[in-house]
Write a protein that binds this ligand. Sequence first.
Ligand SMILES: C[S@@+](CC[C@H](N)C(=O)[O-])C[C@H]1O[C@@H](n2cnc3c(N)ncnc32)[C@H](O)[C@@H]1O
Length: 228
Amino acid sequence: MMTRIATRAALFSAVAVSACGAAPHDHEHGAGHGHHGHHAFKDPAEWAKRFDDPARDEWQKPDAVIGHLRLSSNSKVADVGAGTGYFVVRLAPQVPVGKVYAVDIEASMVEHTVERARGMGFSNVAGVVAPPTEAALPEPVDVVLLVNTYHHIEARPAYFGKLRGSLLPGGRVVLVDYKKDPDVPGAPMEMRLTPEEVIEEMSAAGYRLATRSEGALPRQYILIFESN
Ligand SMILES: C[S@@+](CC[C@H](N)C(=O)[O-])C[C@H]1O[C@@H](n2cnc3c(N)ncnc32)[C@H](O)[C@@H]1O
């Protein structure tokens, strides 16, 4: 089966790429955090140098993250804010008879990730170019993963409230994001959220906390939610 960009999602590509963003800020985490800065994630080749730097594996510990997802061979997973596909290409072999949706508001990122997955021989990856307000998944999934992306999403209660409709029974939302600790490199401190803040927002959106891990990863916490 061909790796593809989901038809419904392609509908949204004009929305995603027509919105303009402010000039990116220059800081450790790089561009993409200015006002409306999520629109700055437009150059996959440039971002891949950072997101797919092999040195990232040391602190990102992708196997530990994926272990938290408790996937089966037929699981359906959405990586929202998939970027250059760091997690997508690691998730795809875990669900050989399932599906991985690479969701991003930037069409260039989605195209890059779909091509990357295809080049690695994965036929179970589909791209979704989503608007900022919803994940626009073409079908419900078992797991929605967001890595370093939760803090980019605006109007989060509405976004995650709507996302409940895209979860299969027993489905989970897994949030991996930077600890609000100035000694931890990552997003600007003013954009980071504490686990308590995230839990409060997700509760307002209709979720209950299932798992909280602040020790598995050196730079990020992992919060896993189920729909009420
Ligand atoms: C910091 S990058 C993280 C990329 C990837 N998750 C990783 O860990 O390598 C954030 C990504 O989220 C995307 N993004 C920002 N807002 C989004 C939204 N509302 N929906 C989907 N993706 C979004 C950006 O375009 C960017 O590719």
